[in-house]
Write a protein that binds this ligand. Sequence first.
Ligand code: PMP
Length: 398
Amino acid sequence: IAISKSFKLTLFLSLQAKMSKPVQAQRLEGIDKNIWVEFVKLAATYSTVNLGQGFPDFPPPDFLKEAFVRALGGENHMLHQYTRAFGHPPLVKILAQFFGKLLGRDLDPMTDVMVTVGAYQALFCCFQAFVDEGDEVIIIEPFFDCYEPMVKMAGGTPVFVPLRPKAPKDGKLMSSADWQLDPAELASKFSKRTKAIVLNSPNNPLGKVFSRGELELIAALCVKHDILCISDEVYEWLVYDGKEHVRIASLQGMWDRTVIIGSAGKTFSATGWKVGWTVGPSRLLQHLRTVHQNSVYHCATAAQEAVAQGFQRELEHYGKPDSYFVQLAKELQQKRDWLVQSLDAVGMKPIVPEGTYFLVADISEFKSDVPDVPDSEEPYDSRFAKWMVKNKVNASGP
Ligand code: PMP
C-alpha cells in the first residue's frame, strides 16, 4: 500500500502529541485496583490452586453439556444468531415458571425476567439503573468485592454495615450463623439519601445463609424507608445442613421493591458460560432493560438455550434425590467438611459456612513464618495469603 509522505508525517506527529486532557473519567478514580487481577496472577505464577475466585474444578452435569452440544450442532441454525434482547424466549419462560413456583406468584416471562451476561452484568444493570449521584447504597460486610466499585461508578456512596461475630459455644467451631447484624446499627444506616440495600444470601465470602428473622428485619427497614433491595442469590442452591434459603422477595411488602439476581454459572457449575438473570416486577426491570439495551443488548443464544433445557430438567426433578440442585449441595457439603477438618487440624480456625463455595478461617493465632513488616499498609491477612502462595506450594512447585 502506498502511503503518502504527508500522511506518514501527520501520523508521526499525532503519535508524538500527548493528550493534555485527562484521559480517565473521574468516576474511575480509586476503583482501578482489583484484588483478583493480583491474586489470579500470583496463583498462575506459583501454580497454586486459586480457592478465592468462585468456580468449580469439576464439569457441569452431563444433561447440561449435552444440551449445549445439541444447541450448537442441531438443526436449528437460528441458535447461532441473535435472540430476543432481554432473554431467549425458552429461557425466560422456564425461569418465570421455576421462580414463579418458588415465589408463589405468577411471573410474566417477558416483563418480570431479564437475562444478563452472568450475575455480574445483572448487578451492573441494577446500580446503573437505580443509583443517582449522591444516593447511598447499604452494603453488608464482608461482601463480594464488586459491589463497592459498581456503586461508585454509578455516582453513589456505599454505606457499610458489618456482620459482627459472636463467640461460639464452648469448644465449638464458629459458624457463619454466628455472624449477625446488630439491629440498631443496621437501622442507623438508613437515611433520606438511602436508595437501596444489597443483600447477598448465601453470602460470599462468609457462607452465611440469612435466617427468616434476619431477612424480616431487613425487609421491615426497606418498607419503612421505601428502599430497593438488590438481592444477589447466586448461591441459592448451595445451602448445607438442611438450612433453608429464604427469598427476601417472598416477604411482606418486598416483591415490589426487590430485584433477585441469579447465575447459571453457580447453579449448574458452568461459570464460563456467563448466563445470569434478574427476576422482579416490571416497574423495576424496565429500567434494567434500558441499561441492558444500551450496553450489552444480547446474550449468547446457544448458552441460553442449554440453560433453558437445564432448568426444564430440574423442574421435572424438583426436590427429588436425583435433582442436580440437591446432589450438588450434598457433594459440596462433604468437601466443606473435609476442608474444615483440614484447616482445624493445622491450627487455623475455620468459620463453618452454611452455604456457598467459600470458607473463611481465622489465622490470628496460627503460628507462621510470615515476615514481620512493622507499619505495613497491607493488612496481615493479605500478606499471609501471599506468603502461603509463595512459600507453601507443593514440592514440585517453584
Ligand atoms: N455474585 C456473587 C456473590 C458472586 O460470588 C459472583 C461470582 N463470584 C457473582 C455474583 C457473579 O456471577 P456470574 O459469574 O454469574 O457473573
